[in-house]
Ligand binder design. Sequence first.
Ligand code: SAM
Length: 312
Amino acid sequence: SNSVSDDYSVQRTNDDATQCKFFAIQKGYWKDEFISRFANSSANVAEARRFPEISMGYWARTAAIEKYVREFLTEFNGKAQVISFGCGFDTLFWRLVSSGSNLVKYVEVDFSSVTSKKIRHILKPVGSGSIDLKKSFESEAVVSHHSDLHAGNYHLVGADLRQSNELDQKLETCQLDYDIPTIFIAECVLVYMSANASSSLLKQIVSKFRQPAFVNYEQFRTSDAFTKVMEQNLGERGIQLHGLEMCESSEKQEERFRNAGFKTIKVMDMNQIFNNFLDQNEVGRIRTIEMLDEMELLEQLLTHYCVVFARI
Ligand code: SAM
């Protein structure tokens, strides 16, 4: 029953996320001068969805994760590491470094097929008007096996997060310090793994890192009807996903982080994130970019997504 879809379709969800973010950024929801290096040449992407609700949702998820990561780095004066699971073409490393954030390591992990594409985008010639991503590296990028890139404090490695040995080995190549505070990011990633696989991953982290924190964003509280609509929408864009296992409630989210050994766990749905967590001036600005026909539609959508922040 829990055969979670084929890996190829899961990898393609990254193209979709990248195009949706690119679209929202062009509309002015937030600034990201780096994403065009990844978005322009994403192949085979059906038209990004253009509903304002979608762009507002992408803005909120990006802003919430960035806020948690920045607060964590500030708390430890930059003596901390960031590890992004299922990073896709995310640009947070570049956004942090270009704004002067200090950090010890930034490690990104995804399937090799995704990381090798990301590496090609990072290293491709810089056209006029576009930004050189290599400029943010502390030292020259060294690529191995086409899928791994090491450049000073930045590392991008290919591994299947369900394969604990493979993941362990790849993390070993990044010269991490397992004793210092380390924040993990999973932005729309755990939902594509079986419940067993994501639980093992969380346990693996807690047994390996002495001071881990975790920020997880994903769909939850789903009904069969919601899951069907989601699978259908992806299907229209050529992404075949079936049998996704989602957490049905805040309690379930809390439970799996607690079972893995996390002690302080906060779960907020995206309405709470909008109303109580994000900068209200920004929220006000976001609401005026495009007119919504119905506020209710946005609120309904946002109840199905959550951010979990967990600490030891
Ligand atoms: N985190 C990025 C973002 O939000 O823009 C990408 C999100 S995309 C919806 C999901 C990503 O998780 C894809 O890049 C996919 O390849 C990755 N992923 C899912 N399951 C994975 C696994 N078992 N091992 C490695 N990566 C995985």
